[in-house]
Design a protein around this ligand. Structure first.
Ligand SMILES: Cc1cc2nc3c(=O)[nH]c(=O)nc-3n(C[C@H](O)[C@H](O)[C@H](O)COP(=O)(O)OP(=O)(O)OC[C@H]3O[C@@H](n4cnc5c(N)ncnc54)[C@H](O)[C@@H]3O)c2cc1C
Length: 314
């Protein structure tokens, strides 16, 4: 069986890995320059930032088994066991940033980045997948893991109608402010372990990438909450930057940021979830997976991808 997976976020990679381990030919396509999707890590000068997911938790035995392997392989470590109060639950991070976890899961898979899938269609010999860059592939089964609004556009072209409640799922947006700080400019005001959840009306999370262990230079990630992100979404990049930097000032102490950037996540978090861990077409050759299905987090997305593969293998 030949499987094409659209999306090399954690859902697509877990789906691809599960299918490949079962002996099938798998090609994973992603429009990004690297794997990971919303598990994203970026460098600005000497500073390294996680700018999507900041950490992940583990609630199921199935996911715990994967994470154990990733820890053994040196790809994942525990950052802390709580932020404002230590609740005991480990917060895991990639040792080389969150994208490093995705890179680890992707190793050995045929993953092609920089490939934007433009259309999918069903024919007598299976699925035909066409990319903007000119690539055209045939597949027996298709796994689609991009956020639902993007998946819906792709599938409409193939005459696939999703259930109304799935097709109309909406996502919150997030503006991420990335602030590199000079090593000599501190101290800045973020107590150990270096993460603040819902610290004020603007930010939903502030993360210190240095304390987290992924950046040798001081580097803070600020995530604006859904409402401030929405309010600033259409402003110019300069207005977004200056507005968020002003809101971030109380956390910067005397440090003067140089080269701060804003990153926009159009589909950051689904506002609601589909009740099953994936959605399969009636003839069973198409499966949708991702964080819209089994919980809007890294663990849910990973579990959804794995479940999608097992659905195709059943
Ligand atoms: C700002 C932010 C903070 C977060 N914080 C946390 C956190 O602290 N803890 C946590 O557990 N979760 C967090 N999350 C959520 C977590 O990142 C996601 O739930 C998870 O990474 C989703 O994985 P996925 O594979 O379902 O989707 P994605 O990671 O979005 O992967 C989908 C992939 O599809 C690709 N794609 C889309 N369209 C196409 C196309 N046409 N052709 C080819 N490729 C395509 C995209 O490039 C992308 O790589 C956060 C998310 C954001 C945005």
């Amino acid at each position: 069986m030949r499987a094409v997976v659209v999306g090399a976020g954690i859902a697509g990679l877990m789906a691809g890995r599960t299918l490949a381990r079962a002996g099938h030919e798998v090609i994973v396509l992603d429009k990004g320059t690297s794997v990971g999707g919303r598990m994203a890590t970026r460098r600005i000068g000497e500073a390294t930032f996680d700018h999507g997911a900041q950490f992940f938790t583990v609630r199921t035995d199935a996911f715990a088994a994967h994470v154990h392997g990733w820890v053994q392989a040196g790809a994942v470590q525990v950052w802390c066991r709580g932020f404002d109060t230590a609740d005991g639950h480990p917060r895991h991070v990639g040792t080389r940033g969150m994208s490093g976890v995705a890179k680890h899961v992707a190793s050995g898979l045929d993953v092609r980045c920089g490939v934007t899938v433009q259309s999918v269609s069903r024919g007598p010999d299976g699925w035909r997948i066409a990319a903007r860059e000119g690539l055209s592939l045939r597949a027996d089964v298709l796994v689609v893991t991009c956020p639902i609004p993007q998946a819906r556009v792709l599938l409409e072209g193939a005459g696939v109608a999703l259930p109304e409640a799935l097709a109309t799922l909406e996502y919150d947006r997030t503006l991420a402010l990335l602030v590199p700080l000079p090593a000599s400019g501190g101290p800045f005001v973020l107590p150990p372990p270096g993460g603040l959840q819902h610290p004020d009306a603007t930010f939903s999370f502030i993360g210190d990438n240095g304390r987290k262990g992924i950046s040798s230079a001081p580097a803070l990630t600020f995530h604006a909450g859904p409402a401030p992100s929405e309010a600033l979404w259409d402003a110019s990049t300069e207005v977004q930057l200056q507005t968020l930097l002003a809101a971030a000032a109380p956390y910067l102490g005397t440090a003067v940021p140089v080269g701060a950037q804003v990153k926009k996540w159009r589909y950051a978090m689904p506002r609601a979830g589909w009740p099953s861990p994936c959605w399969a077409s009636s003839e069973g050759t198409l499966v949708l997976a991702g964080d819209a299905f089994a919980g809007a987090k890294v663990e849910g997305a990973a579990g959804s991808g794995e479940h999608a593969a097992r659905t195709l293998l059943a």
